[in-house]
Design a protein around this ligand. Structure first.
Ligand code: GLC
Length: 807
């Protein structure tokens, strides 16, 4: 019997189910396998299984504290490293394996948890455990280190900390060295040598990072070249010699090296705290850190509180299901990834350098779909804040926004950006039943005097898309739609996007339903110079948009064209030599309700036949011959938008199959990219972390077919969470309550769900005696039968037992 608490074991690790941890058992992962620190607050970080990764404060571009390089062969550097040196033998090693990689640990284990990482290892009788986390509500990052002497002789050791500080903004740190390189200044606290000030992050110095250790150090170094001396990061002269030199950096790469000497009797252990903190006031930072240093009970309690908080959030929706890999995803890791996306959008990851893109408008709005149930208030605030930052009077949105400055950034001209706001608002109203969000008033970014409620903003989003239709009655593609690479520029008046046409139909229908909820049906909309009721307008938009894609874009081969090109010709059609079929419009035709059942089935069959591979669904096929013209032609065949298995739209196909009622097909699509399944057979080739989704897997036309890249920050997370929990498992918030509408493999005999919803908790038992995929025969709530499959909102704050029989 296999242990049900251990899932998806490979040579690199496994899921520890009850601990909610992914355990990495080898330091030689095929790529840095990363986790995040700082789930709620202003101080944030990334930490790999060998302790690599940066720390930043509020914004990885403007307020980067420590360095990290995602590029180059020697990836995953630098990090929160520690060197240990045995004074008698002179041998030294790194308890996290990096950077002294030539010294192999006798044992090694890394546990990535929800907002913390623990690395335990041993070398020559010395066991070390390091924990990294940021306590809730604090702007300090703690590295707790326990060093234990497991040998039978007394040991004299020196521990050397390591941090590499950024001298300025992250961009200037890389691009403007003649400037940033001269900002470096450090100081050791005059009264307490446990504190090091890095005076480079701001011009005032008041908000400078403070780096500290719990023991009075035997020395320090801050000059990188002194620390390395005639050695290297793997073999630093100071560590080799066993003594720091107390160097103070002036115009150098600034490092934070403290030397702590330890004497340990056999069996004895010592706890060290290594802390990096920041706030607007350096003296305050020092005072805060001083309270934590040496108070190990407090440190441990803070880690436990962080975990409890995180578990409570992801547990707001949980399942007992017959598939172990799906279970670890829906119950922990996919939910956690959604949370991380909410927090960091596309700013900083193993693939996002944190120097360019901030928060994407479309990306963040989609991220809300997977985060909504964890913190509806947080989602509401983000929705309002984001829209206030990016939306213009004509209804369009800027493509990005800065979470730090709360300002829109970048271009408008993406034809899809604004429409995602309607789905995010609908998801909020369905989750909470609170339509008052639609009354929240705020201005447009280009018209500070034009203040309207959110409802009006959403109406303008729909109007923008409707008004910008081209010659086939389908919205213009402009710079791009969801697919960043297929547009021909903001000024292109000819190209049209079938995907956006479908999105428009769906947005109009969602908004029409919200209109009913807030009794805004007769709210006036200006259309062709006259005023008409919002409901009439939205009904007209919905039916015109649906008719246009059905009349103009359906191809008799059995799928929808992707759009119309600059000459007004359809593309994504069988007559094309390249890109005969694209994924995006096929599931959207079903999701938006524009395809009738026959077309829905036909178009999804085409997806299966032409785009599906064992590793997921390719974005288009055949891919295009690469050309240096920009767009997706720039990529090799089978990579990224040029026919790669773009993971983000894969769950759209799962949703569509569930709407069509084909549980086996939905599950097959779902499993193909589910990380714990997808990585299991060949984790080395798969390469990426087995616990989080990536943006991309290379497709069959690519030499790396099946390899995964771009993990953590990707819309793949939110959409898979929606597809799996709301469509396969079918626990779906709806306008009037919580719908129970599973679409499962018919072989499943049933499953359980526990869902917090509008203040109550529903414990739902679902049985499938007839072996169907879809269909609900009967539902009881607290023993009482109800009509239909939408659980009523009871609102007494209690727990309600629900029994559902499929059939
Ligand atoms: C990237 C972008 C996302 C876009 C997708 C497809 O994931 O972050 O906004 O939709 O690529 O081009």
């Amino acid at each position: 019997m296999s242990d049900p608490n251990i899932v998806a074991r490979t040579d690199f690790g496994y899921f520890d189910v009850p601990a909610r941890e992914y355990v990495i058992t080898s330091p030689w992962t095929p790529a840095p396998w990363i986790n995040y620190l700082g789930l709620e607050g202003d101080l944030c970080g990334m930490v790999s299984s060998t302790a690599g990764g940066p720390t930043w404060w509020r914004d990885p571009l403007q307020r980067r504290l420590t360095r990290y390089l995602q590029v180059g062969c020697a990836k995953d550097r630098p990090g929160r490293w520690l060197y240990l040196r045995d004074a008698d033998s002179g041998e030294f090693w790194s308890p996290s394996f990096q950077p002294v990689t030539w010294r192999r640990p006798d044992s090694y284990e890394c546990r990535h948890g929800l907002g913390y990482t623990q690395i335990a290892s041993a070398y020559d009788g010395i066991a070390t455990e390091m924990r990294f986390f940021i306590p809730l509500g604090e702007t300090i990052e703690i590295q707790r280190v326990v060093v234990r002497n497991d040998s039978d002789r007394p040991r004299k050791l020196s521990a050397f900390t390591y941090r590499e500080f950024v001298n300025c903004t992250a961009a200037n740190d890389l691009a403007n060295i003649q400037y940033s390189g001269h900002l470096a200044q450090v100081a050791i606290d005059e009264g307490d040598p446990r504190f090091l000030y890095v005076l480079t992050l701001s011009h005032t110095g008041k908000e400078s990072p403070v780096f500290a250790v719990s023991e009075t150090p035997a020395g320090f170094d801050t000059k990188c070249d002194v620390f390395l001396g005639d050695g290297s990061i793997e073999n630093p002269a100071v560590v080799r010699a066993g003594q720091c030199t107390n160097s103070l950096a002036g115009d150098d790469t600034v490092v934070g090296v403290f030397q702590i000497d330890l004497e340990l009797a056999p069996g004895e252990e010592k706890v060290l705290h290594i802390v990096l903190g920041i706030s607007d006031d350096r003296a305050q930072t020092k005072a805060t850190i001083a309270e934590w240093l040496g108070d190990d009970a407090r440190v441990l309690a803070a880690q436990a509180a962080l975990k409890a908080h995180a578990v409570a959030l992801v547990d707001r929706c949980r399942f007992e299901i017959p598939d172990p890999e799906m279970s670890v995803a829906v119950n922990t890791w996919n939910a956690y990834q959604c949370w991380i996306n909410f927090q960091f959008s596309r700013s900083m990851s193993g693939y996002a350098a944190g120097v360019g893109r901030s928060m994407g408008t479309r990306d963040s709005l989609q991220d809300l779909l997977g985060y909504m149930h964890m913190s509806p208030d947080g989602a509401r605030q983000r929705l309002l804040e984001l829209m206030a930052a990016v939306q213009q009077q004509d209804g369009s949105c800027q493509h990005q926004y800065s979470a730090l400055q709360k300002e829109g950034m970048g271009e408008t001209g993406y034809s899809d950006d604004a429409l995602w706001s309607v789905y995010a608002a609908a998801a909020y109203v369905k989750e909470t039943g609170d339509a008052s969000v639609l009354d929240e008033e705020f201005a447009y970014t280009d018209a500070p005097d034009v203040v309207e409620d959110l409802f009006g903003h959403l109406l303008r989003a729909v109007q923008y898309s409707y008004n910008d239709r081209g010659q086939h009655g389908i919205p213009r593609l402009r710079f791009a739609d969801w697919n960043d690479t297929i547009g021909n520029g903001k000024d292109d008046e000819v190209s049209e996007s079938v995907l956006v046409g479908m999105m428009l139909a769906k947005a109009a229908s969602d908004l029409a339903q919200m209109t009913g909820l807030v009794e805004q049906c007769d709210r006036k909309v200006t259309h062709n110079g006259s005023e008409i009721d919002a409901c009439v307008f939205l009904e007209m938009v919905g039916s015109e948009a649906a008719a246009a894609v059905n009349d103009q874009a359906w191809d008799e081969a059995g799928w929808y064209a992707r759009g119309f090109d600059r000459e007004g010709r359809p593309f994504g059609t069988p007559d094309r030599a390249e890109g005969k079929i694209f994924l995006e419009p096929q599931p959207w035709a079903v999701m938006a309700g524009v395809a009738d059942r026959e077309r829905g089935l036909q178009t999804m069959e085409s997806v299966y036949e032409h785009l599906f591979t064992p590793y997921g669904i390719a974005l288009t096929f055949p891919a295009c011959n690469p050309a240096p013209s920009g767009g997706f032609h720039i990529y090799p065949k089978g990579s990224k938008e040029n026919g790669g298995i773009f993971c983000h739209p894969n769950p759209w196909a799962v949703v569509a199959e569930c709407i069509l009622g084909r549980g086996d097909r939905a599950f097959e699509f779902y499993c193909a990219t589910l990380p714990p399944k997808a990585s299991q057979a060949d984790p080395t080739h798969y390469c990426a972390e087995p616990y989080v989704y990536g943006q991309l897997r290379y497709a069959s036309e690519h030499i790396e077919f099946g390899k995964c890249a771009g993990t953590w920050l990707t819309g793949t997370a939110a959409w898979n969470y929606v597809a799996s929990t709301q469509y396969i498992l079918g626990i779906r918030p709806d306008w009037d309550g919580l719908a129970v509408d599973p679409c499962i493999p018919p072989a499943w005999e049933g499953f359980r769900a526990v869902r917090a919803f509008r203040g109550d908790t529903y414990e739902i038992d679902i049985t499938n005696p007839d072996g169907v995929s879809k269909g609900v025969k009967s539902v009881t709530v607290d023993g009482e039968p109800i009509d239909g499959n939408v659980l009523p909102v009871i609102g007494d704050g209690g727990t309600h037992k629900v029994n559902v029989v499929m059939g």
